[in-house]
Ligand binder design. Structure first.
Ligand code: SF4
Ligand code: ZN
Length: 420
């Protein structure tokens, strides 16, 4: 059967059916519709005012490639100027190739490009060094937790460096729906309340940032790249398989198969979510170290770096950071970090019998607590609570005691990745 005629121009043969509307369109009418929808998102949300200098978070992947291309098309109408800002997380065998893709895009589109590296910004820490530090004897599942927080900070630094007034990122509707699901699954009300907002106005000293592709489905982002002949880097990060986000993605696919509108429904749910007064988080203060917005003494980035520099990386995740003391940061020396370099925070006062050859590193010092001899999560994080039950799928294992024979689990532990 021949392809139908394009629903829009009524001349060319249709090349696709839009996944959501079912409209049959030719490639160029689809691209025009896609660009018009992004323009509408930007204008209706007052996201990028005329005169804005926009830092485009560029990773070389499909989303940021499409975002940069669409905004370059729209820039004259919006009256904005663009500057690509790429972040080098220091992930061997992955990011180098992705950065090559960004460089070639910048050259082809004649856009200025600035690359900022974790290693330079964060006292020598690269993601590979963070992964070694957090993994213990197994593979770390919290890489994306660290990486997400540090990348946000790095992008902010890069945007300031180039004199940007606004930041845009390439998150699409599927990314947003995954984030909403993850926040529900974690019971993270504060993030749920923020998650549906199309763009932040730049609270505190942060630059305003927004996601112009927030209502574009992943399928359409890929189709746009295809019809515009955009080249992008499509390999998966080496740490991605460990991420909790993968479970949310799988769940979302199942939901979408049963209900095609599930992705956008979730995005709109988060937009409309209103928290009861009792559930609202207190207004954020400022980080005592860097001045960024923070709901504790330290902002997320400073807390994570503090934990890394102290050899207690997991202590800085989730509520664990509440127990971090605000101390001057130690000079990071990731080149020396090994699984054995997790330093004990002090002598153990645990009442439980312990093997002298295998002393408790982390306290377990509560009355009636069960010592978690190799877990580096206690005290203060559930690992040492009386009555804790072992959870065989504890996501702290392997390497942190959660899966060892006779280990005491950490059933109330809240240190699983929460901040991707
Ligand atoms: Fe960073 Fe995780 Fe993304 Fe890799 S998958 S770049 S570790 S956030
Ligand atoms: Zn800070």
């Amino acid at each position: 059967m021949p392809a139908p005629t394009c629903f829009s121009c009524h001349k060319s043969r249709a090349a696709l059916r839009r996944p959501r509307s079912g409209q049959a369109l030719c490639g160029s009418c689809f691209c025009a519709a896609f660009e018009a929808e992004v323009l509408h998102t930007v204008l209706a949300g007052h996201l990028l005012p005329p005169g804005a200098v926009v830092a485009v978070g560029a990773s070389g992947g499909k989303d940021s490639t499409v975002l940069a291309h669409v905004l370059r098309e729209l820039a004259p109408r919006l009256g904005i100027t663009l500057h690509l800002v790429a972040v080098d997380e220091g992930i061997g065998g992955y990011r180098d190739a992705a950065l090559e893709a960004v460089r070639s895009q910048a050259a082809r589109w004649e856009l200025p490009l600035t690359i900022v590296a974790y290693e330079d910004l964060f006292g020598g820490w690269t993601m590979d060094a963070v992964a070694r530090s957090t993994a213990g004897s197994g593979r770390s599942r919290s890489c994306c937790t660290f990486c997400g927080v540090l990348r946000r900070r790095a992008l902010e630094e890069g945007a300031r460096l180039v004199g940007a007034t606004h930041i845009v990122t390439g998150h699409n509707a599927d990314d947003m729906a995954e984030t909403v699901l993850m926040n529900f699954l974690r019971g993270d009300a504060a993030r749920l309340a923020r998650g549906g907002v199309l763009g932040s106005t730049g609270e505190g000293c942060a630059l305003p940032r927004c996601r112009p592709l927030q209502f574009a489905s992943q399928k359409e982002v890929v189709l746009y790249a295809h019809f515009r002949h955009l080249r992008y880097f499509s390999e998966e990060c080496v740490y991605a398989p460990e991420a909790f986000r993968g479970h949310a993605r799988d769940l979302l696919k199942l939901l979408e198969a049963a209900r095609p509108s599930a992705v956008l429904d979730l995005v709109h749910s988060a937009e409309r979510l209103a928290l009861a007064p009792a559930a609202r988080p207190p207004p954020p203060g400022t980080c005592s170290r860097c001045g960024a917005l923070a709901s504790h003494k330290l902002c997320q980035a400073c807390a994570l770096l503090d934990g890394l520099n102290r050899g207690l990386p997991r202590l800085a995740i989730g509520k664990g950071r509440r127990v971090l003391q605000v101390e001057p940061p130690q000079p990071g020396n990731p080149s020396l970090v090994t699984s054995d370099s997790v330093a004990p925070p002090g002598p153990c006062t645990c009442k439980q019998p312990k093997d002298k050859a295998n002393p408790c590193r982390n306290g377990g010092d509560r009355a009636g607590a069960t010592c978690v001899s190799q877990c580096d999560l206690s005290p203060g994080n559930g690992g040492d609570q009386a009555g804790a039950t072992r959870v065989s799928q504890c996501d702290l294992s392997p390497g942190n005691g959660g899966d060892r024979a006779g280990a005491t689990c950490v059933s109330q532990c809240d240190l699983s990745p929460v901040m991707e």
